[in-house]
Design a protein around this ligand. Structure first.
Ligand code: HAM
Length: 425
């Protein structure tokens, strides 16, 4: 094979598209219900935008960005996440003049040079939602609720919501001193990365997955005990809001997220029993980010979810798409006259909004049915001499091999009444 898709990328083949359209459709519905309007930003941005927002000492900025210079010499980066660009757009378009919070959603490709494995790609698609301009903890509740409801509306179950607060610039520095005091006696036993984190980004010590570092991280003092008089009540309101909405959560003092812009609330949703690599959705509050990017102090909170991981979970949980027959109808024919009529039938179906295909060529009926099976279609319409004479078609249900005769004029209405599958989109 001379060429393959680049490592860590995948082709989304036609057979997979039903899942994608389904997830995108539910995303659009749920975002509309909660008032999150769609925004699309470029796939690349100035490199400095990400260094400023995601953080110089994060894995993303240090090791994972696809950065390049364009012909004008400018430093650009394929976006490694969505939030920074949304905040840039909020500032650029003066969205602080709109009623706050401004609620936005986006869906598109994200690029990270990571070690590929199941559920981890170098190009993946994220759905993200951001609510910018309101510091009320009720917005945190809304965002967590939106993420939670979206995943459940898709049909996913057995999910666990982890919740934490990472404080703010007032209380976090004091906590980091306590955290480093806890870690210092154990430095020699830590993994090399944690020894670097100890100096460069101590909060990320809590996120380490290496066996050697688990006991020290588990025993670390929780940030929640050190929250200031702004962050502590904020976290309390988030907890109460989630309880009121009946959303179960687990406090996890080791949840710190891999991006530096978070303040106060952080959360992740994982499948029950899954490891950290299986995180389906994550997010939190980022009250300092807009100011960091040159705007007036403006609070924000949001989340993002990886569509590939959602689809992996839909499959592993055996969630059936609402229209399992999201395949076109196959039109087969026997003889030259029927072949001409098949063209007409195909077009009638398509004009009626029903996807339809045919094999054409000089194939036997048996070969056409074999092809219909190979395409995974659920129903085939068969035209032969008898059908032409009587103005009917044979409707074959492929799974059972059952055939019934339907008047030609009734084909469309039979299809519309749902006896024949309509295409999923
Ligand atoms: P994140 O946790 O880095 O957050 O990514 C969000 C989601 O994208 C993850 O939970 C996961 O489902 C998916 N994801 C991340 N990396 C990969 C990958 N390499 N392959 C497949 N899926 C992946 C953010 O990016 C933040 N911008 C979220 C946010 C929005 N926070 C506030 N607003």
């Amino acid at each position: 094979m001379p060429f393959k898709a680049p490592r860590g990328t995948v082709d989304i083949m036609p057979v997979e598209q039903g899942y994608w359209r389904y997830v995108e459709g539910v995303a659009a519905q749920v975002c509309r219900l909660y008032g999150y309007q769609r925004i699309d930003t470029p796939i690349f941005e100035e490199t400095s935008l990400f260094a400023r927002s995601v953080g110089e000492s994060t894995d993303i900025v240090e090791k994972e960005m696809y950065s390049f210079q364009d012909r004008g010499g400018g430093g650009l980066t394929l976006r490694p996440e969505g939030t920074a660009a949304i905040c840039r757009a909020y500032l650029e378009h003066g969205m602080h003049n709109l009623p706050q919070p401004v609620r936005l959603h986006y869906l598109g490709p994200i690029f990270r040079y990571e070690r590929p494995q199941a559920g981890r790609y170098r190009q993946h698609q994220q759905l993200g939602c951001e609510a910018i301009g309101e510091q009320d903890a009720a917005v945190d509740v809304e965002i967590v609720n939106l993420a939670w409801r979206f995943l459940h509306r898709l049909g996913l179950g057995n999910l666990v919501l982890y919740l934490n607060s990472v404080g703010c610039p007032r209380c976090r520095p004091g906590y980091l001193v306590v955290l480093k005091d806890h870690y210092e006696p154990h430095l020699a036993s830590l993994c090399p990365e944690c020894r670097t984190r100890f100096h460069r980004n101590p909060l990320r010590l809590l996120d380490c997955k290496k066996d050697s570092c688990q006991p020290v991280a588990d025993g670390a003092p929780p940030m929640l005990d050190y929250l200031c008089d702004s962050c502590a009540p904020h976290f309390q309101v988030v907890r109460e809001g989630l309880e009121m909405l009946g959303i179960p959560f687990q406090s996890n003092h080791r949840l710190v997220r891999g991006l530096d812009y978070y303040t106060k609330t952080v959360f992740e949703i994982q499948p029950g029993g899954g490891g950290a690599q299986s995180t389906i959705a994550g997010g939190g509050r980022y009250d300092g980010l807009i100011e960091e990017l040159g705007g007036r102090p403006t609070p924000g909170v949001g989340f993002a979810t990886g569509i590939e991981r959602i689809i992996l979970n839909l499959k592993s949980q055996g969630v059936a798409l609402p229209n399992p027959h999201a395949s076109p109808i196959f039109v087969a024919y026997l003889g030259e006259a029927a072949r001409r009529d098949a063209l007409k039938l195909l077009e009638d179906l398509r004009q009626g909004g029903i996807a339809a295909v045919s094999a054409f060529g000089d194939r036997s009926l048996k070969a056409q049915l074999r092809q219909a099976n190979a395409l995974g279609v659920s129903h085939t319409l068969i035209l032969g001499e008898e059908e032409l004479k009587t103005g009917t078609v044979l409707l074959r249900t492929m799974a059972q091999g059952k055939q019934e005769r339907v008047p030609r004029e009734a084909v469309l209405s039979v299809a519309r009444e749902g006896s024949l599958p309509l295409r999923g989109d």
